[in-house]
Design a protein around this ligand. Sequence first.
Ligand code: HT7
Ligand code: ZN
Length: 881
Amino acid sequence: PSAIYLKDYRPPAFLIERTELAFDLHEDRAIVEATLHLRRNSGVGAGEALVLHGQELELLWLALDGRELGEGEYSLAEDSLSIADVPDQFTLSSRCRIRPQDNTSLEGLYKSRTMFCTQCEAEGFRKITWYLDRPDVMAEFEVSIEAEKARYPVLLSNGNPVAAEDLGNGRHRARWHDPFPKPAYLFALVAGDLRSVDDSFTTRGGRQVSLRIFVEEKDLDKCDHAMISLKKSMRWDEEVYGREYDLDIFNIVAVDDFNMGAMENKSLNIFNSSCVLCSPETTTDKGFQTVEAIVAHEYFHNWSGNRVTCRDWFQLSLKEGFTVFRDAEFSADMGSRTVKRVEDATVMRTAQFAEDAGPMAHPVRPDSFIEISNFYTLTVYEKGAEVVRMIHTLLGPEAFRKGSDLYFERHDGQAVTCEDFVLAMEEASGTDLGQFRRWYAQAGTPLLSVGGDYDEDAQTYTLSVRQSTAPTPGQPEKQPLLIPLAVGLLGDAGNLPLQLEGEAPNVESEDNTHLVLKVTEAEQQFVFSGVRERPVPSLLRGFSAPVRLEYNYSREELCALMSRDDDGFVRWDAAQQLAISVLQEVEGQIREDQAARVDPLYLKACETLLQDTSLDPAMVAEMLRLPGEGYLAELAARRGGARVESIHLARETVLKALALHAEATWLEAYRRNVVNAPYAPVAGQIAARSLRNLSLEYLALAREEHIALARAQYASAGNMTDSLAALRVISQRGTDAQRDEALDDFYRRWQAEALVVNQWLQVQATVPGEGALARVQGLLQHEAFDLRNPNKVRSLVGGFANGNPLQFHRADGAGYRFHGEVIEALNTSNPQIAARLLAPLTRWRNYAAPQGAAMRTELERLAALPKLSPDVFEVLSKSLV
Ligand code: HT7
Ligand code: ZN
């Protein structure tokens, strides 16, 4: 497989104005007839041959302007069909046979349990018919679907239904028409025995939109939350972005076998059932929040993605970064803004920064790839959203809104680039984003090293800022970026007013205690005047940029920020930094065989926080949650190589010390945060459950008899959040007998609920101890496991690799070998999932011996296998350079 490059982009030589598709669905095959109304793209490649994309298609018939083409009149290669002499305007008709039942890649047309469904992004449409499968070719689609009526009573595609016929032979046909021209990646088809929950929404402009969520009959009671979320999203997009829905129907379909979370096909969103179905009995608070966010994300794509789409796949972040920013703001408006920001910053720091520091590092707008499916990454999505957020911060909300209005108006119906987005933002706001553009092109996480200097006599405080970005693959040299650095200065009695020397008085915030500095140089100083006392700098407020920030805080200064700064993110971040410095100290002691001593200052600060009932319990929980072992390993990688055992021991030691030190306070928090009202996934209840369940985790560590609390909670829980939290505690901290009893009981209770069983698989994957690998291996054969279902693979295999560090990183390498064998099997059946599962092994350079070498050995074994998919080949070859 070879790479393709952004610099080689050329507009398509042909355009498709109209696409007519006829599907004839059978139990052993599907016949697809396509008529494409093509014309040459004026001014591009005059006289060029027509080259269509296709994969795994059996061509039965081909005709140009109605005349069948003989074998000599076209040429078929592995993934393309070419016709040399074609007129400037013509129709091309084809008939193909495909086998959805055998399609385990879950791209193109496939069967998920009893239904037919499609996934075409990014390049799945070419597995359905010969086509110009690229996002800058946009056509109006007319679709007819024929299938057996009893098995597939519901036949859906994009746009509006235009006809439904009973064919009299047990089969029926439906016709659909989508008036909005779209690229093939937004095409969708569903055929199944589905029921729907129906509702409606009236747009601001008075359009009555019928909303339907299609599911299997047994899941009809799990659609309410998604429907409510959809209506909230539709209203929010009108209010915040002025964007209305544009058709009379909007359908969502839940499918069990799906590679990602959901897909924004025009008016027919297809969802992984785990991202749409919810009920208090079967879904955790986190699950409810995920459903709300993903429903919103896919809905928002109707404008940021569908009405205005990407010119090519290098521009993926144009739609994904922008849409993630939109859904994050929506979630912040629906719940707690600070908690949402902390959650997003955590994902960036623990996972995206790791991607940026690893062998697959790439810019938000990649400049080359072998397999585009490998680039649906945290960098394109989450860092892309942070880049849009920085534009929002630099421009301010009003100018940003003008920019988005201009972008949507100017490019409606077009396939455009990230540059077009930035241009619209620049033009509407009058802000020069010249240097800022580097965020799209430059990979890697910038490091901001900050120093502070207080001059008591002059009453000035100087922040010295240095920025640098380490080299990433293919980018040895890095340029300085424009980094919005939000700051405050914390004094004894609160945050101080800010005045930058030589600047007009700061009027940015009402109390003048918050300022966004624009860092543009490799080294830069900012001098604040009129500073009456030595302050503690409050830096990167609100996580104002996706950077690593270093400042040599004392532990006392971190305690001050943690308890008194007026920025919620900084308070949380100070708690994290304090925890990290204590954890690293304890790890050092362990490695040097000294007795571990956990700084009492830290323990006291945590207890004080826990005692403060005026704070949001959700924030208290986030602040008292220790960073995970995976993140600590990432940090250790920069300090000479991670040692999994000492990291684990250090974390356990600090957890236990904190559990014992504040035992009575944890117990009080556990009792205080009980929710007596009927379950609702609302901020207040979610916050209470979150702190209560964290308290339970600490209590179980403090004293064995507190396991009884977990067992009592498990027995009486009326919702999945509390039930699963208790099950986790029992499985992690209980005796073998207690764990087995609880796990068996849970399975017995929930075996009919696939999504709950997936949670059960994940809990089992994280059970500690020597027997963990054998347990996970055994579960591969369990009736509840199926290697063809990505959710199950993610729960069990992903859960083990990411959630059981000590056993995955066993010194004998058996964890890696097991992981590699699963990847080997998936390489043939589902390459996208195989490539994604490789991620933990690609971090081999972070680990000291013997782990690092054993991880590499497993990658080398995989790389030597015959017939690697392009997906797996790309990750392996880049990881082994
Ligand atoms: N735009 C959607 C991407 C997606 C996808 C990509 C590759 C393979 C399978 C996939 N399923 C969905 C999801 C989104 O960002 O909304
Ligand atoms: Zn998306």
